[in-house]
Ligand binder design. Structure first.
Ligand code: NCD
Length: 305
């Protein structure tokens, strides 16, 4: 049985197959409409979510399966003090596969150790968010035609942003990928990513504070929200929350074919006036998230071939 905890759980070739499957699902959705007839997906969300939970549910429904679950810790037995390990043992009796989001780093991993069904990490604290990364890879590969030879700018909350940590881990496996890490001093990438992932693998990267200084060289700009819920005090959040705002003027500095991605939800970091720019791909990205989760469910349930 297979779980998904980190984007590295799939080798590059396996990942290619998964993304090919997602593209086939996009092109021929009717082919897959009954692939999961009779199967159930449990979504166990201890932290708020719109896209991740609903895209998982949409994915399973598109495959002909059904869904059950809870969408906050308060509405589950966690409120009574039940451990994640006990909850997953019970969920294993009710469902065939589980997507779990939790505010604590490592929670999904703990669950997977006691589970008798595949567990998917749908975000664990500030740590990893592998299905967002699958979404990001599918978006970049589909719209750019490649995952290598890319300069990608990651902008915003690089400290607490789990989507960024997962994406870096996944992208360093492709040839000639360069990173421009754009953040205020306080929200720089954690040492364990800079040293143990980027430097340890000899990856080309630089850290800058001004978005304007990086714009012209980017093939992909990945914007992120300042992660309010992970700050220790409100004052720091308020000071940093509007540090970056991507505007039409700043877009003028970018390449004609640069992609703007954002895992969403957006707060103020992309001005709504940018939404009409053909390079703004964050809503398309949300659509790709459904296809890739369909491909993932099929793969983990052993139904992909
Ligand atoms: C991200 C997350 O939950 O980490 N959202 C998502 O899953 N699409 C990004 C965020 O919350 O800022």
């Amino acid at each position: 049985m297979r779980h998904l905890m980190s984007p590295l759980d799939f080798g590059v070739d396996e990942l290619d197959k998964l993304l090919d499957l997602a593209n086939d699902i996009e092109a021929n959705p009717e082919k897959y409409a009954h692939s999961c007839d009779g199967k159930k997906l449990a979504t166990c969300f201890y932290e708020p979510s719109t896209r991740t939970r609903l895209s998982f549910e949409a994915a399973m429904l598109n495959l002909g399966g059904s869904v059950l679950g809870f969408h906050s810790a308060d509405s589950s037995s966690a409120a009574k003090g039940e451990s994640v390990s006990d909850t997953i043992r019970v969920i294993s009796c009710y469902a065939d596969i589980c997507a779990m989001r939790h505010p604590k780093e490592g929670a999904a991993l703990v669950a997977s150790q006691k589970s008798t069904i595949p567990v998917i990490n749908a975000g664990d604290g500030g740590h990893q968010h592998p299905t967002q990364t699958l979404t990001d890879l599918l978006t970049i590969r589909s719209l750019k035609g490649r995952l290598d030879n890319i300069t990608i700018g990651l902008c915003g909350d690089l400290k607490f942003g789990r989507t960024v940590h997962s994406l870096i881990n996944a992208m360093i496996r492709y040839e000639n990928v360069r990173f421009v890490l754009i953040s205020p001093e306080e929200l720089r990438i954690p040492d364990y990513v800079r040293d143990d992932v980027l430097k340890a693998n000899g990856v080309d990267f630089k850290e800058v504070e001004k978005l304007e200084d990086a714009m012209a060289e980017l093939d992909v700009l990945y914007m992120t929200r300042v992660q309010r819920e992970r700050f220790f005090n409100e004052e720091d959040y308020v000071r940093l929350k509007d540090f970056y705002v991507l505007t039409k003027e700043k877009m003028e500095l970018a390449k004609e074919d640069m992609l703007v991605l954002h895992p969403l939800p957006r707060v103020n970091e992309i001005s709504v006036e940018v939404d009409d720019d053909p390079r703004a791909c964050y809503f398309k990205q949300a659509q790709y998230g459904v296809y890739v989760r369909m491909a993932l469910i099929l793969t983990l349930l052993g139904l992909a071939e």
